[in-house]
Every structure is written in structure tokens, then in C-alpha cells.
Design a protein around this ligand. Structure first.
Ligand code: HEM
Length: 228
């Protein structure tokens, strides 16, 4: 079960880093994000959009999340004695990685409730992924507060999670030096993806405010509008 939890965690962590790059293409321009969204719908392979392909992928990611969360529940302190023992242990040890374990439990628990809101919208309305469509959802659809909280939860959880996987499964020749480097890398990646996510969210909010009087209007790139 530990191996399965690590494998699903590795998949979800790497997926989230890729996901953030895809979402951040809005910073490169509306057409860039539109092209990425259409790419995942098979538009450039089948000559037309098949949004259900995205729903299939969302269903697969959701299933992975459910399995990962279920396996993680084994490690959650349940009885009061277990909670008390953990806090006493953490307070006495003052050991970074032990405290990070609590960060994993708290961010994981919070994502039980917040991630499904986002995933259900992506599963049921994959056709509404695009510059105007996403900006309308983020601003006029009031999804930005959820995204803001979820961004910090998922980037902390993914960064610490991938670090813990390396600590757990990789046999380092010089563990002390490697752990120091890994620790710095962990915070560098977490800060990088938080900044990227905040900039992207700001871009969606700005576009959402500008587009608030035309909510629901789909985005069509100029080269399609002018095409014969
Ligand atoms: C295949 C599954 C997923 C798809 C297709 C997807 C798609 C998207 C899209 C299109 C956006 C842009 C905003 C919007 O259109 O509403 C977005 C934003 C976001 N998603 Fe996902 N998502 C997926 C899974 C996840 C998961 C599993 C999480 C976290 C547990 C997550 C966390 C976020 C966050 C935090 C944002 C806001 C990013 C920012 O700061 O700009 N997503 N996602």
C-alpha cells in the first residue's frame, strides 16, 4: 500500500507541475491558452474538438486522487491518544521533516473538500476551457477564492510530497548532503509554482473583469474568425 501511495503521489505531483504550466499559458496570450485547450480535445489530430477526451482524463486523475487519499487515510491520526502523541513528539523533536508530515496531513485533508469542486466542473464542462470561458469561471463564476486556497494547498502538498518520496525511496551515497540539496530544491520548486500560479490567477481575474459584461461569449482566435 505504501508503494501504491507513492506511485499515485508521484503521478499526481508531476501532473500538477505540468498542469500549472498548461494553465499558465494564459500569460503567453489568449491564443496560446486556446491552442493548449484545443490540443487536449484532439482538435489538431481529429480536425475537430472532442471535449469528452478531457473528461476521460479528468476521470482518470480523479480516480488516482481517490486511491491516493484513501491510502493516505491509513496514516492519519484517528484516536485522541494518537493526536496527542504526535503533537508531543513534534514539539519535542523540532525536526523539519516531522513538522512537514503535519503539513501533508492538513493540506491533504483540506484538498479532500476543495479539489472535487474543481474536478467536477472540469469533468462536466470540459468544453468551457478557454481564455474567456476560464476567465468567466474564475471571476464572474467566483471560483478565484477556491483557486487561491487550492493553489497554496496543492503546491505545498506536491512539493513536500515529491521531496518525501525522494527521501523515502532513493538510496543517497551522501545522505546528509543530498538531503540538504533536496530540501532547498523542494522550497525552490514550491515557490516557483506558487508565483507562476498567482501570476496566472491574476491574469484570469484581470481578463474576467474585462469580460464581465460579455459572460458566456466563447473565445475565437482572430485567425479562425478571418479564415475563409
Ligand atoms: C485533469 C484534471 C484537471 C484539469 C483538466 C484542470 C484544468 C484546469 C483549468 C482549465 C484551469 C484554469 C482555470 C479554469 O478554467 O477554471 C485550472 C486551474 C487550477 N487548477 Fe486544475 N485541472 C485539473 C486538475 C486539478 C487538480 C487535481 C488540482 C488540485 C488538487 C487542480 C488545481 C487547480 C488550481 C489551484 C488552479 C488555479 C491555478 C492558478 O492559480 O491559476 N487542478 N485547472
Amino acid at each position: 500500500m505504501d508503494v501504491l501511495q507513492s506511485v499515485t503521489g508521484l503521478f499526481l505531483g508531476l501532473f500538477m507541475w505540468l498542469h500549472m504550466f498548461f494553465v499558465a499559458t494564459i500569460l503567453l496570450g489568449h491564443d496560446a491558452f486556446w491552442t493548449v485547450a484545443r490540443f487536449f480535445e484532439g482538435y489538431f489530430f481529429f480536425g475537430r474538438s472532442l471535449p469528452w477526451l478531457v473528461s476521460l482524463f479528468v476521470a482518470a486523475v480523479s480516480a488516482m486522487l481517490v486511491v491516493h487519499a484513501w491510502l493516505a487515510l491509513r496514516k492519519f491520526p484517528a484516536q485522541w491518544k494518537q493526536h496527542a502523541a504526535f503533537w508531543r513528539h513534534m514539539g519535542r523533536l523540532r525536526h523539519g521533516d516531522t513538522t512537514l508530515w503535519l503539513v501533508q496531513v492538513l493540506t491533504g485533508f483540506a484538498m479532500f473538500f476543495l479539489a472535487p469542486v474543481h474536478l467536477y466542473l472540469m469533468l462536466t464542462h470540459p468544453e468551457l476551457i478557454g481564455p474567456y470561458e476560464s476567465a468567466d469561471r474564475v471571476w464572474s463564476g467566483r471560483m478565484w477564492p477556491l483557486y487561491l486556497v487550492l493553489l497554496f494547498l496543492v503546491e505545498l502538498h506536491a512539493g513536500v510530497g515529491l521531496y518525501r518520496l525522494a527521501v523515502k525511496w532513493v538510496a543517497f551515497r551522501d545522505p546528509r548532503r543530498s538531503l540538504r540539496i533536496l530540501g532547498r530544491l523542494k522550497w525552490a520548486f514550491t515557490v516557483f509554482f506558487l508565483v507562476l500560479g498567482l501570476l496566472s490567477l491574476a491574469a484570469y481575474i484581470k481578463l474576467g473583469i474585462e469580460h464581465a459584461d460579455r459572460v458566456g461569449e466563447p473565445y475565437i482566435p482572430a485567425w479562425i474568425k478571418t479564415a475563409p
